[in-house]
Ligand binder design. Structure first.
Ligand SMILES: [Mg+2]
Length: 266
């Protein structure tokens, strides 16, 4: 981490004054856990679960995970002692701490178009991994050779692109995949949380993927103290203010968070 980055972090954490709970918003895959082709084996990096649990136990942070996965998968992967708020499907779905679940309802015509795409990909997924989500059809090509990946991507784009922009359907690019979807994106989820929590709360968002850029931009526009963090082994062009390498610098960030919140205890 550069000294400029650590200065930005110090400044951010010094804004925790104990007036209201700061917002800790986290992506899951690639951010709290390393990637696995079988996503059900992607456990958090060593020490991360314990740090999140400490922060939960302090009771002075509003924590939420914002993920591309169905929301219900996150509590199982994280295994925290207390329930956690999760925004799933890139923000289209919300799982409350009390177990309530909300899903944005797409229009009838958007649903019909998505259903047709699903059917087609279930029959023939172009050699990629088709994932059927409540609000989206997703194609993954992680783990394929470069040539195979290009072929899967080309065929999928040919299918998805004519449908995107119709009836609220949109394309979402992520690393090693593409999604045809309806509903809020991660930026929309961040905005909804800010709206609900109040605009004066310090907030941070940590993410690794292209889909996290919308969340970084939403955080960067916040009026309160804010910090957008790219968590990634290699740097890339990003809207995030700070780049941290997992898992060491991620653990460092969470420790600093715990300390900063602890300092404000009356
Ligand atoms: Mg991710």
């Amino acid at each position: 981490m550069t000294s400029e980055a650590s200065e930005k972090l110090e400044q951010f954490f010094s804004s925790f004054t104990g007036n209201g709970r700061p917002l800790l918003l986290l992506d899951y895959d690639g951010t709290l856990a390393g990637f696995r082709v079988d996503r059900f084996t992607a456990r958090p990096w060593a020490g991360v679960r314990e740090l999140l649990q400490d922060i939960q136990r302090q009771g002075r942070t509003r924590m939420a995970v914002i993920t591309g996965r169905p929301a219900s998968e996150i509590p199982i992967m994280l295994r925290l002692a207390a329930p956690v708020e999760v925004w799933g499907l890139h923000g289209a779905e919300r799982l409350y701490e009390d177990g309530r679940r909300e899903l944005e309802e797409p229009s009838e015509s958007a649903r019909e178009k998505l259903d047709r795409v699903r059917e087609q990909l279930r029959r023939n997924a172009f050699g990629g991994l088709f994932e059927d989500k409540a609000n989206a059809a997703v194609m993954h090509w992680r783990g394929h050779s470069h040539r195979q990946a290009l072929s899967i991507e080309r065929k999928t784009r040919a299918l998805f692109e004519p449908l995107a922009q119709m009836d609220g359907l949109s394309l979402l690019d992520f690393e090693a995949g593409i999604e045809l979807r309806v509903g809020r994106d991660k930026g929309g989820a961040v905005e909804a949380i800010i709206e609900e929590a109040g605009r004066d709360k310090p907030l941070a968002y940590l993410g690794d993927d292209l889909t996290d850029e919308a969340a970084f931009r939403a955080v960067n526009q916040a009026e309160a103290a804010h910090m957008s963090v790219l968590v990634r082994h290699e740097w890339r062009e990003t809207a995030a203010a700070v780049w941290l390498r997992p898992p060491d610098e991620l653990r460092m960030f969470l420790k600093k968070w715990r300390e900063a919140v602890g300092r404000t205890r009356a």
